[in-house]
Design a protein around this ligand. Structure first.
Ligand code: SGN
Ligand code: CA
Length: 554
């Protein structure tokens, strides 16, 4: 594959510089746009029914002028681990970042460092969300942890180690700072720019101008919305990420609590009363009920807004909320109502993402950068838009294992094509090194995506993907799992000790899916005699991965 990569790179170069063979070769620039929790179902280029009602013309343009990857996946469907895969080109157990909160092995070399060494100017703007400082960047302008939608705080090399609040909406501010980097960079050097959005992460807060967008649209419900999880291991049923039970009315769905409109004032009194008892704020917080905590979180989010932003929110949501409270839906009707509001707010966030992708691409175009820049659009993982009754991610089932991926390759590459090759987020680092003409370190597991610019995988391309999720016990209570997928079948292995409400439910259980006949993954065929050959083949491959990659738990 290596020779092919180099050949491809040489060909790409020639095509970029063909108009003037005297022009010295200039390496391609890299723009990597990554959103947080953006589902492929909500990008219209992928053609899903939801996206047809909320199109994304600017992201679609990248697909129309590039390659749309239909089988792009992550290794560990969670933010920090996914970002660690991106930065290192390594699987989670190799780079250390297995869970959301801890683990990155900072002795591992980051792709940004290698690009810098190759003469690139490197920048990361927006969500960094690694458990270490930005490493290998000439410029950074990053959010604190998950960051805020409204008037977020950013840290940069000249902010003296502090996070400083800026007025505005995160998605637009991030684009502003990306443009600022492009304006102030050294034009004689190639650049690698990571534009990493907070949107559309939970709790899906749209920009003021889109608070009423899609209000009259009824979004279609996925076929699996009422999945009863039969035929599956216990993990699918024991998670805590259902729209019906786990999505909250106040913080997630922006309703005032119909049972207690004064809840968000009540917590204040509670904390005040407890502080009299000499409790620290943290201790007082720990004694709040989950509903009081939610009210506190909500109050803090609204409290960050300017009076004008607050007014716009009150205007937009109070009337809709009054209707909701008057209707007082219950049971399935309430779940349907929640689903519609969830989709609307999520898609309103996407609308701004799409606008801002358009703005950035236009900047590149207006400044003559489009044809010597490789543009990647992706997300840190996929997301459930009601499939199996869920929101969030983490599982190896398609909607969260898959991630959107569009690459606009520069030069005379084919346009508007689909690619079905199995690709994964560990491939970004090798791709960027390939773009820069730098050698891939021996240890890097991924492979360059440059040779896939015509939509077909070169000979010898991988036929199986490995997945591993570790973050349990944790929010949403998704059990640990690893597994393999090929072009048609998927084997998932759930394992480990049960904690909390799962206490006593230690698991070691397998699921097998035929994605061709059962794309919704409703029928676990693991025990089916007619699939014994497939099962054995995938089982063997899974064991091979574990051995080759020195996986230490499963
Ligand atoms: C927060 C969210 C979770 C989400 C994780 C991880 N809760 O904890 O729903 O799964 O982030 O998301 S929230 O109410 O605080 O938004 S990730 O994208 O960073 O992996
Ligand atoms: Ca995420």
């Amino acid at each position: 594959m290596k020779t092919q990569q180099s050949l491809f790179f040489a060909a790409l170069f020639t095509s970029v510089t063909a108009c003037n063979s005297e022009t010295p070769k200039k390496p391609l620039n890299i723009v990597h746009i990554m959103t947080d929790d953006h589902s492929f179902q909500t990008i219209s280029a992928y053609g899903h029914p939801i996206s047809k009602l909320a199109p994304t013309p600017n992201i679609d343009r990248l697909a129309a002028e590039g390659v749309l990857f239909r089988r792009a996946f992550v290794e560990n469907s969670l933010s920090t681990p996914s970002r660690a895969c991106l930065m290192t080109g390594l699987y989670s157990h190799q780079n250390g970042q297995r869970t959301l909160g801890k683990g990155i092995d900072t002795t591992k070399i980051f792709v940004s460092e290698l690009l810098q060494a190759r003469g690139y100017q490197t920048a990361v703007i927006g969500k960094w969300h690694m458990q270490c400082e930005p490493k290998g960047f000439d410029f950074f302008h990053v959010l604190h942890e998950q960051g805020h939608y409204y008037n977020p705080e950013f840290k940069s090399p000249d902010s003296g180690g502090k996070y400083i609040r800026e007025d505005g909406y995160a998605t637009s501010l991030i684009t502003d700072h990306a443009v600022e980097f492009l304006e102030t960079r050294d034009p004689d050097k190639p650049f690698c720019l990571f534009v990493h959005h907070k949107a559309p992460h939970r709790n899906w807060m749209p920009d003021v101008k889109y608070l009423n967008l899609y209000e009259d649209v009824e979004f279609p419900c996925p076929e699996t919305f009422e999945d009863d999880y039969s035929t599956r291991c216990t993990a699918a049923a024991s998670q805590e990420m259902t729209i019906a039970g786990d999505m909250t009315l106040l913080s997630d769905l922006k309703t005032t609590d119909p049972d207690n409109e004064n809840l968000n004032i009540a917590w204040n009194d509670t904390v005040a009363a407890w502080s009299k008892k000499g409790l620290t704020r943290r201790k007082a917080y720990e004694r709040l009920t989950p509903r009081q905590r939610e009210a506190l979180g909500w109050q803090q989010l609204v409290g960050r807004m300017t009076p004008e932003q607050q007014d716009a929110w009150t205007k937009a949501y109070s009337e809709k909320n009054r209707k909701f409270i008057a209707q007082n839906p219950q049971g399935k009707e309430l779940t349907q109502w929640k689903y519609q509001r969830y989709l609307k707010d999520y898609l309103r966030c996407i609308k701004t993402v799409d606008d801002e992708v358009g703005r950035l691409v236009k900047y590149l175009e207006d400044h003559g950068l489009l044809e010597n820049t490789i543009i990647v659009y992706t997300s840190d993982q996929g997301f459930y838009m009601g499939e199996h009754g869920w929101f969030d991610k983490r599982f190896m089932y398609e909607e969260s294992f898959r991630t959107p991926l569009i690459i606009r390759y520069p030069g005379n590459t084919p346009r508007g094509i689909d690619c079905d090759a199995l690709v994964q987020n560990i491939d970004f680092a090798p791709t960027f090194l390939d773009v820069a003409g730098a050698a891939k370190p021996e240890a890097m597991t991924g492979a360059s995506l440059l040779p896939l610019s015509n939509g077909t995988a070169p000979a010898g391309w991988r036929e199986y993907l490995y997945y591993h999720y570790y973050d349990y016990p944790a929010v949403h209570q998704v059990r640990r799992q690893d597994g393999v997928r090929d072009a048609r079948y998927k084997l998932i292995h759930f394992y480990g000790k049960g904690f909390g409400k799962d206490k006593g439910n230690d698991i070691n259980c397998n699921e097998l899916y035929d994605l061709h006949n059962d794309p919704n993954e409703l029928h676990n065929l693991y025990d089916r005699q007619e699939l014994s050959e497939v099962r054995e083949r995938l089982q063997k491959r899974l064991e091979q991965f574990r051995t080759d990659l020195k996986v230490d738990e499963y």
